[in-house]
Design a protein around this ligand. Sequence first.
Ligand code: SF4
Length: 641
Amino acid sequence: MPTDTAASMYRFFGPSGFLSQWHPQFEHRPDQLRMAKAVEAAIRERRHLLVEAGTGTGKTLAYLVPALLSGKRVVISTGTKNLQEQLFYKDLPLLRESWPQPLRVSVMKGRNNYLCRSKLHGASELAILDGLEEVREFEQIQQWESTTQTGDRAEVQGLAEDSRVWPKLDARADRCTGQRCSHFEGCFLTNMHRLARESDVIIVNHHLLFADLAVKDTDFGAIIPDYSVLVLDEAHEVEDVAGQYFGLSVSNLQVQELARDTRMLLRMLRRKDPQTDQALHLLDDASGAFFQKFSGPDGRVGGTVLPSLREGAAAAYADLLLALSLVGSGLQTRADGVADFAPLFRRAQTLHETLRTWMEDPGADQVHWVERRGRGVTLQSCPVDVSALLREKLFGAVETVIMTSATLAVGDSFDFIQNRLGVDAPVTLRVDGHFDYPRQAILYTPTGLPDPRSPQYAEVAMELLEELLAYTQGRAFLLFTSHQQMRAFHAGLRQRLPYPTLLQGSAPKHQLLTEFKETPHAVLFATSAFWQGVDVPGDQLSCVVVDKLPFAAPNDPVVSARVQRINSGGGDAFREYQVPQAAIALKQGFGRLIRSSKDRGVLAILDRRIRTMSYGRTFLESLPPYSQTTHLQDVAEFLRG
Ligand code: SF4
């Protein structure tokens, strides 16, 4: 087995290397070898590394192999739980079969992915289920519990994403009594932590990683065992996820859940407690009155509107704080005798503290806003700039951080991501991947369209789409920068197109994707939800159209605060933040088309600014080397070729 030099990577990834013997579909990929060498060197030299690896590089193995060989504890963080599972169940078994030593690898997810045995066993006595469907699901989980080793919900066959039973049984901290729980020894979380401590490689997701970083130095302690090397896959998502965990969030639903769980526990223990009942009524009323002051149409509200909203809610706020204190002190008294009340007391305390900070102590480095969605009203905040926090808590604390994604660079430069994340002087590498882009894809940028912000734009763009889709025979993703535009184009084109159309929001995302894959010539109308993590290899997807350059909405409170921060520091936010951010988003969206070396098709952007404005070059230079044209006839010819 090779040891610690760059030559060892050649012995794995070279044309006759180990992988050529182990991997059934092995192809020698020079870019994969380059990336593996860079990862190996970064780990050995204790440096941070940024690698943009185009689709088809084989980047997972390019970081897994040097990570496994390093002899250090490595944490790999993926963008989603699905990618965690793919890594663990698809990529690792291949190495596991041939690797000469046993591989000690484990997966850690957020608490709500695991079953709480205490809730499950307590639940059979409780009337927590509603209807036959829930009873059936409960019984399925009950049966599975006696056989599962992990307690991870991903193992429950056919459990719906939006299952109503699972949240009643999961291992969230809301009712966990930790070591005082009678199931502690057999608890799936205890088991997950034990396995992680014994592992050389731990696979997490960004949410768990940043939840861990945010609480590491607090009384709650670390979640993930200490590690020397971190691989951040899908690293372009890091700024947003980190922001969520270094910020605050308090919602009307959290307050309602506290009241509901307290009542449920009292019922379960058959306690009569008029005082707490009264405090809970007060809490219901005060919470309703307070959050009502922030309600309104769905979306985000922040900026200059917030001071008047806060002022208008001042009286209701005082009542809500008082109600939370009353409920909290009742729970604290009870927690001395019955351990189950302790987590509820902690929740009341946290809600009280978070609410107080959001209302009274905004902090100059934080951006605050109200998020409204359906019945939920959430008061939120996050740091305007996470770079200082990451510099201290991540890059200053971990020996090597490898950041990789198919979309990190803007043109050839990594300055944008470096500045946003606060990583100083990393090693950088950009590899295009294994695809023949000029032969596989043509980028069509029509210049004759009106400006996308003008009223004439929609009709002319729809006419053009009719023509374009006739050449590709449907088989297209039409990706829009707003829901409004998506609905308008769908309404306008549905009858005019001779192809089946699908609209985002008309069914769950995974169902729409399956339908798209199974419906010949389908055309999907969607927004940013389909810009990443979507994979449709083959002819079924032959065209990806983006309506406008995907600049983030400038009136979004977080975007607007970041823009202001850069401009007031003497920078140029448009050039340094908005254009690079949009260039990376466009590269992500277009990345849906070419997923394998057999894929071929058309990319179109219906925004003439990519050709007419000087910043358009940044977009074009950031994309892979597709063929390019401004003429529809060239597209037709390309498709015939
Ligand atoms: S320790 Fe906590 S999560 Fe584990 S079974 Fe007990 S209550 Fe549930």
